[in-house]
Design a binder for this molecule. Structure first.
Ligand code: IPD
Length: 270
């Protein structure tokens, strides 16, 4: 494998630094009262979400002023069509974080446009509470804190631990309920942890065997999807509606066929 070129190294370093800066703020505030910016039926946005995106934007823009940012807390219009862009979720798992639950992450990806679509070519996920940093560059191995990681080797759904995500709208919730009832009977355990970025990092790391969510947004999954692939897993994201929403599955490869059969075949219904 060839050595990283200077641009790759500089982009990775900038993304890691930006994630760490935001992560420090998250750690400092975890147990403090937090100001809610807006709340909806199944979600909250904190002032700190916006503050953390500002911190990340400042750090990335200082290093690379020409690369626009598409983030959960604001999209630079240029990023909609730029040749290269950052995709940022400053706090993935905001509801956990808002309640003082230390299961949330910073997620930063770099995407390049090729033809009419974007491909993620760099991914960074930081869990500031556990001190775990996952990184990947397309074509290279995925790492946690610098050490190579791989997806699990389990092949049977009945041995698998699967994570599910429940997005924010009633429509998406309704879509996930059948998946829950179908899968719960067939797997060893289902886990609903509240951070898609960490769920994907856990699939990459062999802790989960699969992760499924419908209605998930690009910034929640861009970095994690690449990290799963670079760890030897399978990641698929099918666009579903506007606003960078996707129907997404990630798994270790081994449980993939059974997972599709259970989820996609009407005969397997709950
Ligand atoms: C949310 C989390 C959650 C997932 C939701 C996401 P946010 O991200 O990743 O696990 O189920 O769909 O929106 O809002 O905390 O960044």
């Amino acid at each position: 494998m060839t050595a990283l070129n200077n641009v790759q190294t500089a982009h990775l370093d900038a993304a890691v630094d930006a994630a760490r800066e935001a992560g420090n703020v998250m750690r400092r505030h975890l147990q403090r009262p937090k100001r809610v910016h807006t709340a909806t039926a199944h979600d909250v946005k904190l002032e700190l979400d916006i503050e953390c995106q500002r911190i990340i934007t400042r750090r990335l823009a200082r290093a690379f002023p020409d690369i626009p940012i598409l983030g959960e807390e604001g999209v630079d219009p240029v990023a909609e069509n730029a040749p290269v862009r950052w995709v940022v979720d400053p706090i993935d798992g905001t509801v956990n974080f808002s309640q003082g639950i230390p299961h949330a992450a910073v997620s930063i990806a770099r995407q390049s446009r090729s033809g009419g679509t974007y491909q993620t070519d760099l991914g960074v996920i930081l869990d500031p509470f556990q001190g775990e940093l996952w990184t990947a560059l397309r074509g290279r191995v995925a790492r946690r804190n610098g050490r190579r990681i791989r997806v699990s080797t389990r092949r049977r759904l009945r041995d698998a631990v699967l994570s599910l995500g429940f997005a924010k709208t009633d429509r998406e919730l309704e879509r996930m309920f059948p998946a829950f009832t179908r899968l719960a009977r067939r797997v060893r355990k289902i886990r609903i942890m509240g951070s898609a970025a960490l769920a994907l990092a856990y699939v990459a790391d062999g802790r989960f065997d699969a992760y499924v969510e419908s209605g998930i947004r690009l910034w929640d999954i861009a970095a994690g999807g690449l990290i799963v692939e670079c760890a030897g897993g399978v990641f698929t994201a099918e666009a579903s509606g506007t606003g960078y929403r996707y129907r997404m599955r990630a798994h270790n490869g081994g449980v993939g066929r059974e997972l599709s059969r259970v989820m996609d075949s009407p005969a397997e219904g709950a």
